[in-house]
Design a protein around this ligand. Structure first.
Ligand code: C2O
Ligand code: CU
Length: 674
């Protein structure tokens, strides 16, 4: 699997050379590795035990009026140190300081509110961009305002309360950062974790507990001092020379002589794999991105691109005690491989007493379960849409669009606008040479109908939300749009492609110009950490009783709501609280302008300064003669400035604005209309 760098660029990057000339000076790159570690610090094969990320415990669980549980979880995104390469520490970003993040496990029908706190440094310590985040639960049909829309950003010191419905069939999901233009570097730095949705069907068919093992696989390169290296070859892709499983290089797992279930997530930002066991034996594939397949498949090797999930079963009872079975990578076209990227991890078969409790310990299941998406037939489709994925003038595009166009349209422009519950066929074509593109469609599960006119691979014959579109491939996908209305992203999951700018959106169930109560940016705003804010509309609000009592002793009602006698029902439905030690803010408005049907912008100052003091302002339409309504919110930066703008803005002229600081203090101003 060893190739020289020059060869690698020829194999892996015809397009790099063709489109851009060489992005990397060849002389600076060692032929056999991307990392610049000294030999003594370079990780070696099979020295580490496979780490298993901890399962996150809820902060609280409440019973809803409908008898269903709602779990409240909290995660802090922080800078942290990883122990990856021998003898050196690696600065990372982590969910609760962990890479991968803790695993969340939930049963179907139980809701989750996830308080996602951003306590990261204001700027990325290595790469300097501002560490605003947006968290996507990949595989969940969440409402748009909880889906990690790229521009629905949560800044330092703020928290966003994400609501996850968990009504879908059991599956392996993952949560990861989705911040506009910086997704690749933030995920690469560590912002990724698994999320397991269980249901009764799956719990009766497949191994559970310690025999249900998450394997989050990624690749990385390291600088001499142990920090992560980053080189995406001018947005083509990053190809690390060190393979990590659950954050450890080429680890080993001891196994009993029984059947295990592995949930394999490719969390690499660019690399795809072709997995195979060193024995050449097939694995039993039971699950795809969207959960159980209709029937199990015996698979000797399979290719898996970024964000794809496959659940496999391996029966270790057929191997003698002491046998080492390796999971290897045969790689695929358009990757760059190094000496050890063909190795992933190893399983050491032990003579430990076999725990054969639980389903599928000894006998492989064959028939699994159907699903709505796998029961769809092409005759139900009311529309076929075609889109191409390609590079245009150094910019990656999808369906002829870029995310920049979506942003410039005020988030209005869409690639497709299916009606609620419509079934459609989407055909995605990759005819440019040199690249593969894993295309991810948010909200839906889809069925792969064909690839280049032939049936999909056996291992793809289950519910999917990412499809591997290899060089010269055209895939046809069948899906039904729902159950939510609103705007959702579609993009390439080679994350440097996504960031530059291979992402677009589609809108479900709206005519253009319809009001959107599920606006992905406006419907639910982040709030300062530690404050409780009402969740307008959407799903059931978080367990407010529980959190209120927990906070009651340490909180007082802020002036913002005391003076807000005319705020709307949702604004007054729950108290806004702040820490009692906080001093009252003085807030000013320096810019207030609303040009009807063009744009609206506000800016101002606050006396809250410094990066450790999280604070924000909420803007209200205070036009005389109208009920006061919320327009938006902005965080106050470390210099005490805030600003907020949008295009084209509200359709009614606003003439007066009120600004409330989260630290108390309020100001009003009249607006310029030009
Ligand atoms: Cu896993 Cu839109 O992403
Ligand atoms: Cu791509």
């Amino acid at each position: 699997m060893s190739v020289s760098r020059r060869k690698a660029l020829q194999i892996g990057g015809v397009g790099i050379i063709g489109a851009l000339g060489l992005a990397v000076p060849l002389s600076s790159v060692d032929a056999k590795s991307a990392s610049q570690l000294d030999a003594k610090n370079m990780p070696k094969l099979y020295q580490r035990t496979l780490p298993i990320p901890p399962v996150l415990a809820p902060k609280s669980t409440t019973m809803g009026a409908d008898g269903k549980k709602t779990h409240l979880y909290q995660i802090e995104q922080t800078a942290c140190m990883g122990n990856i390469v021998p003898g050196l520490s690696t600065p990372l970003l982590g969910y609760n300081g962990l890479f991968p993040g803790p695993t969340i496990k939930v049963n179907q029908g139980e809701r989750i509110t996830l308080e996602m706190d951003n306590v990261l440094p204001l700027f990325h310590p290595q790469w300097g961009y501002r560490l605003d985040t947006s968290t996507h639960l990949h595989g969940s049909a969440s409402l748009p305002q909880f889906d990690g829309y790229a521009n629905d950003l949560t800044g330092r010191g703020l928290c966003k309360d994400y609501e996850y419905p968990n009504f879908q069939p059991a599956r392996t999901l993952w949560y990861h950062d989705h911040a506009v233009h910086n997704t690749a570097q933030s995920v690469y730095s560590g912002l990724a974790g698994q999320y397991h949705l269980h249901d009764e069907v799956e719990q009766n068919l497949l191994p559970q507990g310690k025999f249900d093992v998450p394997l989050t696989i990624s690749d990385a390169m390291f600088a001499k001092n142990g920090s992560l290296g980053y080189n995406d070859n001018t947005h083509s892709g990053l190809w690390g020379d060190v393979i990590l499983v659950n954050g450890a290089p080429w680890p080993v797992m001891k196994v009993q002589r029984r059947i295990y279930r592995f949930r394999i997530l490719n969390a690499s930002i660019s690399r795809s794999y072709r997995f195979q066991l060193s024995t050449g034996d097939p694995v039993t594939m039971v699950g795809t991105d969207g959960g159980l397949m209709p029937s199990a498949k015996q698979v000797t090797s399979w290719r898996q691109a970024g964000a794809e999930r496959y659940e496999i079963l391996i029966d270790f009872s057929k191997y003698p005690v002491g046998k080492r079975v390796e999971l290897r990578n045969l790689s695929n076209k358009n990757n760059v491989d190094y000496d050890y990227t063909g190795r992933i991890m190893a399983f050491d078969v032990t003579g430990d007493p076999v725990d054969s409790s639980g389903p599928a310990a000894k006998v492989m299941p064959t028939l699994l379960t159907g699903s709505n998406v796998m029961n769809l037939t092409p005759s139900q489709s009311v529309k076929t849409r075609r889109m191409r994925v390609k590079r245009d003038n150094d910019i990656w595009t999808i369906g002829g669009m870029t995310w920049d166009e979506v942003v410039k349209s005020g988030y209005k422009k869409v690639l497709a606008d299916p009606n609620l519950n419509d079934v459609e066929i989407w055909e995605i074509e990759n005819s440019s040479g040199g690249w593969f593109h894993p295309v991810h469609i948010h909200l839906v599960d889809f069925q792969i109908l064909s690839r280049n006119g032939r049936p999909p691979f056996p291992y793809e014959q289950g519910p999917k939300d990412v499809v591997y579109v290899g060089e010269g491939e055209t895939v046809r996908l069948l899906m039904q749009f729902g159950p939510h209305r609103g705007r959702y992203m579609i993009h390439c999951h080679n994350l440097p492609h996504e960031d530059h700018d291979m992402m677009s959106q589609f809108s479900v169930g709206y005519d253009s110009g319809d009001p959107d109560p599920n606006d992905p940016i406006e419907a639910v705003k982040p709030h300062p950490i530690g404050q409780i804010v009402p969740v307008p509309g959407g799903q059931v609000a978080p367990s407010s009783e529980e959190t209120e009592t927990a906070q009651a002793t340490a909180s007082q009602t802020a002036e913002a709501t005391q003076t807000g006698g005319a705020t709307t029902a949702t604004e007054t439905a729950a108290p806004v609280t702040t820490q009692p030690t906080v001093q009252k803010d003085v807030v000013t408005i320096t810019t207030a302008r609303h040009r009807l049907r063009k744009d609206i912008s506000f800016a101002g100052t606050s006396k809250v300064t410094g990066t450790s003091t999280a604070a924000s302002v909420v803007l209200y339409d205070a036009t005389p003669g109208r009920a006061v309504t919320r327009i938006g919110a902005a965080s106050i930066n470390s210099l005490g400035n805030w600003s907020w703008s949008t295009k084209p803005g509200p359709s009614r002229q606003i003439t007066m604005v009120r600004v409330d600081s989260s630290r108390g203090g309020t100001a009003t101003a009249s607006l310029s209309t030009k």
